[in-house]
Write a new protein. Structure first.
Length: 521
């Protein structure tokens, strides 16, 4: 006897999340898919015929050979094209899903050979979220599969496989134009260095060594991808010839540049989303830099900082840097998306460097180095020096260059209140460093700011309707509190550190003993 399908209504929402982060600034981009109705009143759901989209037929056939058992299921629409390499899918149900480990395995993402890619799955009673553990590969056809065995709180199974197919195609971002013609001193130096010339003839533009070296410095600060120039051994002659020395052999430089190009493309793919504002792009790249770089503190203490830590190569490939590396890397990344930025040097006494960034016609200060905790802490991003005015920055920084553009607009200074934070459901939940790291929440634009609790939080994460935090008002113990500030509950009785969440698993450490823990939420 043919089995009748139970009543389910499934609505698939495709939600676009900012990844790179554990923080989010852009609102969700929601697309609705057709509702699938399954009836038990004698009306059977017709099996949708499997058909091939002409340009993707080979890919679909390969899937059918590997997973023919589910291709008779219900297919949501046509093959979709996505531009987010870490696209997270949110599947919502009108009945309570059985919250079991088995059900988390019944929602999968498959590649075009039918192999499951390792997903990160989050499940509660009315929705499942799933995203890839590593980014999607360009041009590959993927399948989001909901298996028929998925059951609700009464044990009733979905009864039929449902799937959606999609392809990841990254969209190129506009970049700073390349200088291809030699028309002045700047372009002559730039092209010579890009071409790895041993001698650059600038005699048509200047024979003044001070002017030439001043222009050389401008080129190097504006184009950090020329990381291989060496001041040691380079000389300028009165005939207008600049003899250049490089830090590595030319074949090695080409290999290093190729690795940098690939790494830069990877960062842009995971950080930049279609439709982002300039502010959101700057924030995303700032966050990515902080999350994936550690300040080279050990070498700094020993006064033996390697040359690479001053460059974008050391920052992006070796993941260690000092302030110059951070500042040059911000310029390099922003160059790729056409956002103007400047390298700023502090006074000799300060011995520090940072950036000025132009967003929507206004200049702001940005110090990614000081926004990165030392020693490095997993998942921790600071915003104390993110897009602040000259007046605010002057409280901690000093500089003398009067030729720099002025930063007066305090539009984004609400971000500098953040000590530690997480974004959820359109709110930023954070420890306010202007109120002794007490718990607050605000909207991403700074509106709606309100105190949630007098508890002091050194670290925090948000999951569902709870804030988990190291409570520095109570021994640094791990606590949880509802997002409205109520129902504070103690979880541990030891000083907690390195608190972070991956999906529905909470990780933390006993700071005194060094013992690490994980807790399923």
């Amino acid at each position: 006897m043919k089995r009748f399908l139970q009543v389910w209504i499934i609505m698939l929402l495709i939600v676009l999340f900012s990844l790179s982060t554990k923080v989010q600034a852009v609102g969700p981009n929601v697309e609705k898919y057709p509702i699938v109705k399954l009836h038990e009143t004698g009306e059977r759901l017709e099996t949708q015929p499997f058909y091939l989209v002409e340009e993707d037929s080979e890919k679909i056939e390969r899937i059918s050979q590997a997973t023919s058992d589910w291709l008779t299921g219900n297919k949501w629409g046509e093959i979709r094209t996505i531009t987010d390499p870490y696209k997270e899918w949110s599947i919502h149900f009108n009945q309570s899903v059985n919250v079991t480990e088995e059900n988390t395995y019944r929602v999968k993402i498959l590649d075009e050979s039918g192999e499951e890619i390792l997903p990160i799955v989050s499940l509660n009673k009315d929705r499942i979220k799933i995203k890839p553990g590593t980014q999607y590969e360009p041009g590959v056809l993927y399948t989001l599969l909901i298996q028929s065995e998925l059951d609700n709180h009464r044990g009733i199974q979905l009864g039929k496989n449902v799937y959606l197919q999609f392809i990841y195609n990254p969209s190129p971002a506009p970049s700073k134009p390349e200088i291809t013609e030699v028309t002045d001193l700047y372009s002559a130096i730039y092209n010579g260095l890009k071409n790895l010339d041993d001698t650059i003839d600038v005699s048509d533009y200047s024979k003044d060594s001070k002017k030439v070296f001043a222009m050389l410095e401008k080129v190097l600060y504006a184009h950090p991808d020329i990381f291989y120039f060496s001041y040691a051994g380079s000389s300028f002659y009165s005939n207008g010839h600049l003899e250049v020395k490089y830090t590595h052999s030319k074949p090695v430089i080409q290999q290093m540049s190729s690795a940098l190009k690939s790494k830069t493309e990877e960062i842009l793919a995971r950080s930049i989303r279609p439709g982002m504002t300039e502010y959101e792009k700057v924030k995303a790249l700032h966050n990515d830099l902080v999350l994936h770089t550690a300040y080279d503190y050990e070498n700094f203490k020993m006064n033996r900082i390697p040359a690479e830590s001053y460059t974008i190569y050391g920052t992006l490939i070796k993941n260690t840097a000092v302030c110059q590396g951070y500042a040059l890397t911000m310029i390099h990344l922003l160059n790729q998306i056409g956002i103007e930025s400047i390298y700023v040097r502090g006074t000799p006494a300060m011995n520090h460097a940072w950036n000025k960034v132009k967003i929507d016609g206004e200049w702001y200060n940005l110090d990614a180095t000081w926004d990165d905790p030392v020693p490095d802490r997993k998942g921790k991003i600071g915003y104390g020096y993110f897009l602040v005015t000259d007046q605010q920055l002057a409280k901690t920084h000093s500089w003398k260059n009067t030729d720099l553009p002025t930063a007066r607009n305090p539009k984004y200074e609400h971000m500098s209140r953040i000590w530690t934070f997480e974004e959820a459901d359109g709110w930023i939940y954070y420890a306010n460093n202007r109120d002794d790291i007490r718990l607050y929440k605000m909207r991403p634009d700074g509106t709606g700011n309100q105190k949630l609790s007098n508890n002091r939080a050194n670290e925090l994460t948000v999951y569902e309707s709870w804030i988990f935090f190291s409570n520095y008002s109570n021994g640094g113990y791990l606590f949880k509190m509802r997002i409205d500030g109520s129902s504070s509950v103690k979880i541990t009785d030891f000083l907690t550190s390195e608190l972070h969440r991956e999906g529905n698993i909470l990780y933390f450490k006993d700071q005194k003993s060094g013992q690490r823990y994980r807790m399923e939420l």
